[in-house]
Design a protein around this ligand. Structure first.
Ligand SMILES: *Cc1c(COP(=O)(O)O)cnc(C)c1O
Length: 357
């Protein structure tokens, strides 16, 4: 019997996406790190990336990288979130490469690497406008002039990230800034910056438009391989499998009820004051899934005509009047997940996992 509520994870479709993204990048001489953080350390998903031919995995959490290594996954591991200098030892131990923007942290990584008799590779992040992580372009020269003297770390290149905080769109111009900086810095500091890590899923739009600036030789792609979308550019990656991770939940009550509650209205379980439009009696399904299980705003019923009308911690309410199917208690309803929904579903301890080929 199916354990519900659950996620349905189509691992072979994720592997196909990984293979396709790898080929797309390879044809332009771009190396790919497959970003698995959205699957919250799920081993089968990480294995699907490897089955698709990816040999470099990126994650934001040391805990996940540790899990992958302990499970014997053989890949290069890149730590995406800037390290906390307190955890420099673990970073050096677990990650082959980390992304960085702070001298204090680089010094801590250098010390940890020296103690472990390792050379730790780092990519220095440059902020080209999105205002999340990265050294500002005007400060990168001084930064590198100091960072290059830290022993036991190897600065392998520059990286940038857009789309995530400011929603800044990747353009040929802001992506090329990295390539221009590389030439300037290599000349003025006589250093070598081999890797130019141009961005995430959002930046693959430049591949599709044939506008990727020459010199970009690395990308870090997650959401597009996992679930198929490119949220920043509000598109689906063309030719990629979409909706590879979905959700199922069971109907536990099915009744015709009025649309407007009866009684004096206060606040709901989340402190909101709901308002109601009277649509008369409607057929309503209660599903055994709620806000403690998954981010409700990230769900979309696959059942045509069904509409989410509310949710509390443990219950999801659907108006199924227009669904035009004969539902009964115990039926299973499927939902599509957007990236936020997928993230919360994969992080949830309450959802069973159902792996499909
Ligand atoms: C999450 C992340 C990525 C991958 O982003 P997607 O949108 O999932 O492709 C790449 N780089 C960094 C630094 C990240 O944090």
């Amino acid at each position: 019997m199916k354990n519900l509520p659950c996620t349905n994870i189509k691992v072979s479709r994720i592997a196909e996406n990984a293979r396709q993204m790898k080929a797309k990048c390879q044809s332009l001489g771009i190396n790919l790190t497959g970003v698995v953080k959205g699957a919250a350390g799920d081993l089968r998903v990480a294995e699907a990336f490897l089955a698709g031919g990816i040999n470099s995995l990126g994650d934001s959490r040391l805990k996940n990288i540790k899990k992958f290594k302990e499970a014997g996954l053989s890949a290069e591991f890149m730590l995406l979130r800037l390290p906390d200098p307190r955890r420099a030892d673990e970073v050096v131990e677990l990650a082959d490469i980390s992304l960085n923007s702070e001298l204090i942290t680089l010094k801590a990584l250098g010390e940890a690497a020296r103690a472990q008799k390792k050379l730790h590779k780092v990519i220095i992040m440059v902020d080209v406008g999105d205002l999340r992580e990265g050294v500002l372009p005007g400060e990168i020269k001084d930064f590198l002039a100091e960072a290059r003297h830290i022993s036991s770390i190897e600065i392998i290149g520059l990286g940038t990230n857009v789309g995530c905080y400011g929603g800044v769109l990747p353009t040929p111009e802001n992506t090329a800034e990295l390539v221009e900086l590389k030439s300037q810095l290599e000349a003025s500091l006589s250093i070598k910056l081999e890797v130019i890590s141009g961005g995430n899923t959002a930046t693959t739009v430049l591949l599709d438009q044939g506008k990727m600036p020459a010199g970009v030789n690395h990308l870090r792609v997650g959401e597009g391989i996992l679930q198929g979308p490119d949220i920043t550019n509000q598109r689906e990656l063309p030719g990629f499998n979409q909706q590879n991770i979905a959700l199922s939940a069971a109907v536990i009550e099915l009744k015709r009820k009025p649309t407007v509650p009866r009684g004096t209205l206060g606040h709901d379980a989340f402190g909101q004051q709901p308002s109601f439009v009277d649509k008369g009696e409607r057929l309503r399904a209660i599903l055994a899934v709620g806000r403690q299980d998954v981010r409700i705003a990230g769900l979309k019923p696959s059942l045509a005509g069904a509409e989410i009308i509310g949710a509390s911690s443990d219950h999801l309410l659907l108006d199924v009047t227009e669904a035009g199917v004969d539902l009964k208690v115990g039926d299973i309803i499927d939902f599509e997940l957007d990236y936020g929904g997928m993230l919360s579903a994969m992080t949830s301890p309450y959802l069973a996992r159902n792996y499909l080929q």
